[in-house]
Design a protein around this ligand. Structure first.
Ligand code: ASP
Length: 339
């Protein structure tokens, strides 16, 4: 009997030790590579591996910076660079096409100590839009620059520019052709709505984002995207809108969103999540889920990543999948794709 009791006490101790270790898991960085109809049945093992590898590389690049005492802004920029340079993602090379057959890129970055922020919208020649967003934050008195002006500013700052053709990939081009055919079929059936909505919502995924926490306890968040396939007439999404696609405050959390941008702008998603934490004392998970539910109730879809200065992270989404990953203080990387 006593032996049994001892064994039970031992078991309870082990369990409580395990659960407190699980709870004390601290994250220093989270990344996403977009949310959407991402189903295992539609994914080859090779492609899945490529996504996993890219997310790992991105997390590792950011982690290396944090580990040697670098800033969260440096980590976010480095992690997003890797995803912008990878044609698998809808950011930088691999950006989706507009209705006019061009690639127009949006990006933003924000730091949580002084709430400084920078963003670029509708740019076509800046190789890494996240670096241009950072330049706006650090080297200008503005927060958001668009189009030609943003490109000129990036050039003046010495950032790498490319011919717009650099961003073109066959996969994204074919996605646009599918979207245009769907538009023509709808028009022929007399079903074309008078509203200009991105016609192929499921072809949009691949936006990238990152939130990092450095050793000084400062958070930074960034988001970069090509927007939505078949977007029209200078359409700007949520990614470069501070408060919608990106927000960061050391007192609450850093947030980067992905999804149907119009709904994220209308709900000021990133800032609203932070406000629920600040004013209603919600935890990061509850705050994120509440706002994403509102997005879904209105007909939108997507997800977000969130990290606070205590190293708590969450990555909720209301789509079939979201490319996403985390790295802990001790360098343990985990990557996920499906629900
Ligand atoms: N939020 C982006 C946009 O609307 C797209 C995405 O995240 O997939 O431009």
């Amino acid at each position: 009997m006593i032996k049994r009791l001892n064994f039970l006490i031992f078991l309870v101790c082990c369990l409580s030790c395990f659960s407190s270790r699980a709870q004390s898991q601290k994250y220093v960085m989270v990344v996403h590579g977009g949310a959407g109809t991402i189903l295992k049945k539609n994914m080859s093992a090779e492609k899945e591996q490529l996504y996993v590898e890219a997310l790992r590389q991105s997390l590792q690049a950011g982690y290396n910076i944090i580990k040697r005492g670098g800033s969260s802004v440096d980590a976010v920029e480095a992690a997003i660079h890797i995803l912008e340079d990878n044609p698998l993602f809808n950011a930088g090379k691999g950006a989706v096409f507009t209705n006019a057959g061009t690639n127009e890129l949006d990006a933003s970055i924000m730091e949580g100590e002084e709430l400084k922020a920078g963003a670029v919208a509708g740019v076509t020649t800046i190789k890494n839009p996240i670096s241009a967003a950072r330049a706006v934050m650090e080297k200008s008195e503005h927060v958001l620059m668009a189009g030609r002006g943003a490109e000129r500013f990036a050039q003046d700052c010495g950032l790498e520019t490319v011919d717009p053709a650099y961003f073109k990939t066959e996969d994204r081009w074919r996605a646009l052709q599918r979207a245009l055919s769907a538009d023509s079929a709808k028009a022929a059936a007399g079903k074309m709505s008078s509203k200009l909505s991105p016609s192929v919502v499921d072809e949009k995924f691949g936006t990238v984002g990152c939130v990092a926490l450095d050793r000084s306890g400062n958070l930074a968040a960034g988001t970069s995207t090509g927007g939505m396939t078949n977007k029209k007439y200078g359409r700007i999404g949520d990614a470069p809108i501070i408060g919608a696609g990106t927000y960061c405050d050391n007192n609450t959390a850093g947030v980067s969103c992905t999804g149907w941008g119009e709904y994220f702008i209308r709900n000021a998603v990133a800032k609203t999540v932070c406000d629920l934490i600040a004013y209603k004392a919600y935890d990061i998970k509850k705050a994120s889920e509440e706002v994403l539910k509102k997005v879904a109730d209105m007909g939108g879809s997507g997800g977000l990543i969130i990290l606070d200065r205590n190293g708590n992270a969450a990555m909720p989404f209301n789509t079939e999948g979201m490319y996403r990953g985390t790295v802990t203080t001790d360098g343990k990387i985990e990557v996920f794709i499906y629900k």
